[in-house]
Design a binder for this molecule. Structure first.
Ligand code: FES
Length: 204
């Protein structure tokens, strides 16, 4: 049979119960306190969202042969308005055997271009990520017309001064240089003739 509880025992028992409830409640607070920042760390901040957001580039005043730059997701974006001689150079280079991956089979391309098997949405505009595929330096636009010839067969394009990698005007890498791949192309779309949105593409 259960022994009757003394008064002092009743108090201790009641106190112990209160402590258990209190510590459980505190535990709940602690868990909630930990859980809130933990959940918060999974939610992208406004700044993080804006860093990854698409950007617009107004190219309406970009003259032929010139390049406009922007930064998207921390990477340099190059937009080049191709001239007739540049387009000719791209065609000639393609069949020269000097390019490592002339058809961009191993290139990083957005879905739209992959499905079109092309490096451009529009013939006169080339959009590239200006990060050398060797070690990440920024290649610069150079042309043989400006007397900047690096090797025989070089018809102009982008040159990376860090270790000498060469790309054509379409960002395709030459053979025999340290860079292993063509320059990547970001997802993009034309909002209108003079406005490009980088970071978004037309759904295919
Ligand atoms: S980083 Fe461009 S050649 Fe090395």
């Amino acid at each position: 049979m259960k022994k009757p509880m003394k008064n002092s025992e009743k108090v201790n028992h009641a106190r112990r119960k209160t402590l258990v409830i209190a510590s459980s409640a505190l535990g709940g607070v602690a868990v909630a306190g930990v859980a809130t920042p933990f959940l918060g760390s999974w939610m992208p901040s406004e700044k993080a969202k804006s860093v990854g957001a698409p950007i617009e580039m107004d190219i309406s005043k970009l003259p032929p042969g010139a390049q406009q730059r922007a930064v998207w997701r921390g990477k340099a974006i190059y937009v080049l308005r191709m001239t007739e001689p540049m387009l000719k150079a791209v065609k000639e280079t393609e069949s020269s055997g000097l390019l490592l991956d002339p058809n961009s089979e191993a290139s990083d391309l957005p879905e739209t271009l992959k499905s079109e098997q092309s490096r451009q949405l529009r013939d006169d505009i080339m959009v590239l990520i200006g990060v050398c595929t060797h070690l990440g330096c920024a290649p610069t636009l150079q042309g043989v017309d400006k007397g900047q010839s690096h090797t025989p067969g070089w018809l102009g394009g982008f040159f990376c001064a860090c270790h000498g990698s060469k790309y054509d005007y379409a960002g395709r890498v030459y053979r025999g240089v340290p860079a292993p791949k063509n320059l990547p192309i970001p997802p993009y779309r034309f909002e209108n003739d003079g406005l490009i949105v980088i970071g978004e593409e037309e759904t295919v």
